[in-house]
Design a protein around this ligand. Structure first.
Ligand SMILES: N[C@H](CCC[C@H](N)C(=O)O)C(=O)O
Length: 288
């Protein structure tokens, strides 16, 4: 592969750019990540994935938001990364492990098309409801169905970690204008020391939930895998759905399975958009 080779793929319209740390000649800093993810001055993306060595798993993954912040977990990012590993023959089997900042995950290529991975299943780890482990500043052990005043509204929030932090709000009616207005206020509220991902979720029936997402460090996205897992965990905990849930987002849907130990498994499609090489002119300010 040429130096600074990249692949851009999407999981339900939530896109990422993938690099191999052993094949880039620039420093990944907040500035270079912001530049690459910027749609006008760079390639444009909802985030950046970096393949790194791991002593604890078959592969290591670092996940970055377009604002330059690092995320502990990304469901769409993990499916996109696994497709990259399989399609470019880093992975020689259809089952392997990936180490992320938010823990080690088990992955399986469940469907392929023309020798390329297409549908991937990820065990995203356990949903964690303990306030201090999310983290959320809250007086009780868990923060479930608790009021939080945001500007002129009071939301009932349900907080859970999938390795990365989530604030799920159950609503009877979903409004994109509302989540784009209040999402950033929730994301950056001081109740959340590491900021937080926000979901507005409307249970359709006991098997299906409609969701809108405002992502920490990325804003409104068409889909989010870790958000889908967080919503499913809250829906099961609150008794709105059974343990097998379809999460319906603007970009498409994900199948989520919640087991007895709160292990969450996510299955969904990934598509490659393009492959290429960053131009030196894009990176001349960042070449080390
Ligand atoms: N913005 C998220 C990471 C990406 C999550 C999302 N794209 C997914 O598919 O899980 C965070 O800062 O925790």
């Amino acid at each position: 592969m040429e130096t600074n080779f990249f692949v851009k793929s999407h999981g339900l319209g939530n896109e990422y750019i993938v690099f191999d740390s052993e094949n880039i000649n620039f420093s990944l800093t907040s500035k270079s990540i912001q530049r690459i993810c910027n749609v006008n001055f760079g390639i444009g993306s909802d985030g950046l994935l970096l393949k790194v060595p791991s002593n604890n798993a078959d592969f290591g993954l670092q996940i970055y938001n377009p604002d330059g912040s690092e995320a502990e977990k990304s469901g769409n990012g993990l499916r996109i990364f696994c497709k990259f590993l399989y399609d470019y023959r880093f992975a020689t089997s259809k089952v392997f492990t990936v180490e992320t900042k938010g823990g080690l995950v088990n992955v399986e290529i469940v469907e392929e098309k023309n020798g390329k991975a297409r549908v991937i299943k990820i065990d995203m780890g356990k949903a964690e409801f303990t306030s201090r482990l999310i983290p959320v500043l809250h007086s009780q052990e868990e923060c479930i169905d608790e009021p939080l005043e945001i500007a002129d509204k009071i939301y009932q929030i349900n907080c859970v970690s999938m390795g990365n932090p989530h604030c799920v709000i159950v609503k009877e009616h979903l409004d994109i204008t509302e989540i784009k207005k209040y999402g950033p206020l929730l994301e950056n509220n001081p109740k959340f020391p590491n900021r937080i991902n926000v979901q507005f979720a409307r249970p359709i029936n006991r098997e299906e939930v409609e969701v809108l997402i405002w992502e920490r460090g990325a804003g409104f996205t068409l889909a989010s895998g870790s958000s889908s897992c967080a919503v499913a965990a809250v829906m099961v905990k609150r008794g709105f759905t059974g343990k097998n849930v379809t999460i319906k987002m603007p970009g498409g849907e994900l199948k989520i399975e919640v087991d007895e130990q709160w292990h969450i498994r996510m299955t969904g499609e990934v598509r490659q958009i393009a492959e290429g090489v960053l131009s030196p002119e894009l990176l001349e300010d960042f070449i080390h």
